[in-house]
Design a protein around this ligand. Structure first.
Ligand SMILES: C[S@@+](CC[C@H](N)C(=O)[O-])C[C@H]1O[C@@H](n2cnc3c(N)ncnc32)[C@H](O)[C@@H]1O
Length: 307
C-alpha cells in the first residue's frame, strides 16, 4: 500500500541536529524522510539508519540509494544500537534522531492490526519477524501485567476489569482481529467510541513491542555514543515517551506513573547533557493542519557536554 509519511517538525529537527561533518544516527528511519533531508542539507554527513521494521528499511533503502556509501542501514531495536553502532565502526555520533512511534505506512496497513479504524489480524508488532502477535501474547499473559500496561501506557479506567475481559477472550481464541478487540473493549467498558478504544489499542501496542523499555536502553547508551557537542533530538507522541526523555536526559529521577515514586538510576542521574529546549517545541498551526498526525509531537534537543 502506498501511504506517504510526512516527516514531523522537519525544519526544526534539522536546525538542532546538524553540526557539520560526521556520522549521524537516525534510530527510527521509517520512510527516510528526515534522513534524506539531513543528507541533502549536510553534504559532509554520513548516516547510520536503523529500524526494527523490515518493510520500513526496504522502503528507506530505495529512497536513500542516491546517497551511495554515505548511508549504512541496520535492522534492530534501540536496545541493539550499541552492537549495531560498534559493528559500523563505532565512530562517535555528530547527532542522533529518535522519531518515536509509528509511521503512517504502519498505522494504515490493515495487515498489522495497529489501528481500530481498519479491520486486520490482531498482530501489532513493529517487527513481525520477532516474537508473537498480540493476540497470542495476550493468551499467555498474566492478567495483572495486562492491567498494569493498560493503566501505565493508556491511562485506561477500569483497567483490571478490562484486562480480565481481554485475556479471557484471547485464551478462548476469540481475539483474532482488531474488530474482535474493539468489541471486547466496548462490552467491558460500556463504551466503544474511538476515545475509549484508542487508549487500549495504544497501551497494548506499547506493551507488545516493549516500546518504553527500548527507549530506556537507548537513553542509557547515548552519553557514551555521542561526541562532545553532538546533539540528540527526540520527537515524542505521548507522555510516556516524553517523560522518559525529559527525566533521563535532564538527569532527573523518573517517576513511575502507577506508584508515584521516584525511580532512581545512577547512570541517569549523572546527566551529561545541556538542554537546548527548556520549553518543548511543538508543530506550528500550519503543520498541524496539513499533517494531523503531527499534532501530538513534542521535540526536545540535548547537546553532549565536553567529557
Ligand atoms: C515515526 S516513524 C519515523 C519516520 C521517519 N522519521 C520519516 O521521516 O520517515 C518511527 C519508525 O521508528 C521505528 N521504531 C519504533 N520503535 C522502534 C524501536 N524501539 N527500535 C527500532 N525502531 C523503532 C518504527 O518501525 C517506525 O518505522
Amino acid at each position: 500500500m502506498d501511504v506517504r509519511h510526512d516527516p514531523v517538525l522537519l525544519h526544526e529537527t534539522l536546525g538542532f541536529l546538524l553540526g557539520g561533518e560526521g556520522l549521524y544516527l537516525d534510530a527510527t528511519l521509517g520512510d527516510g524522510g528526515h534522513a534524506s533531508a539531513l543528507l541533502d542539507a549536510e553534504p559532509r554527513a554520513r548516516l547510520l539508519g536503523n529500524d526494527r521494521d523490515h518493510g520500513s528499511l526496504d522502503f528507506a533503502r530505495a529512497r536513500l540509494a542516491r546517497f551511495g556509501d554515505r548511508v549504512t542501514l541496520v535492522h534492530g531495536t534501540f536496545a541493539q544500537l550499541p552492537q549495531a553502532h560498534a559493528a559500523a565502526g563505532g565512530e562517535r555520533l555528530a547527532g542522533a534522531l529518535f522519531d518515536f512511534g509509528l509511521s503512517s505506512r504502519q498505522i494504515d496497513d490493515p495487515a498489522r492490526g495497529i489501528s481500530f479504524m481498519h479491520e486486520g489480524p490482531l498482530d501489532q508488532r513493529l517487527d513481525r519477524s520477532n516474537g508473537l502477535p498480540l493476540n497470542e501474547r495476550l493468551a499467555l499473559a498474566d492478567e495483572a501485567e495486562v492491567a498494569q500496561a493498560l493503566r501505565e501506557y493508556g491511562d485506561v479506567r477500569g483497567a483490571g476489569r478490562m484486562a480480565r475481559a481481554i485475556v479471557a477472550a484471547a485464551r478462548a481464541g476469540a481475539l483474532g482481529t482488531t474488530r474482535d478487540l474493539a468489541a471486547v473493549v466496548g462490552r467491558a467498558g460500556g463504551d466503544s467510541r474511538p476515545k475509549a478504544l484508542a487508549p487500549v489499542f495504544q497501551a497494548l501496542r506499547i506493551w507488545v513491542n516493549d516500546e518504553l523499555g527500548d527507549i530506556d536502553a537507548a537513553l542509557a547508551w547515548l552519553p557514551s555514543a555521542v561526541r562532545d557537542g553532538g546533539v540528540v533530538v527526540t520527537l515524542s507522541y505521548h507522555s510516556g515517551e516524553d517523560r522518559r526523555v525529559k527525566h533521563a536526559l535532564r538527569g532527573e529521577p523518573r517517576v513511575s506513573v502507577s506508584r508515584r515514586l521516584p525511580v532512581m538510576d545512577d547512570a541517569e542521574a549523572v546527566g551529561p547533557w545541556e538542554e537546548l529546549t527548556r520549553k518543548v517545541v511543538v508543530p506550528s498551526n500550519e503543520e498541524q493542519e496539513t499533517n494531523p498526525r503531527a499534532r501530538s509531537a513534542r521535540l526536545r534537543a540535548f547537546r553532549r557536554k565536553p567529557r
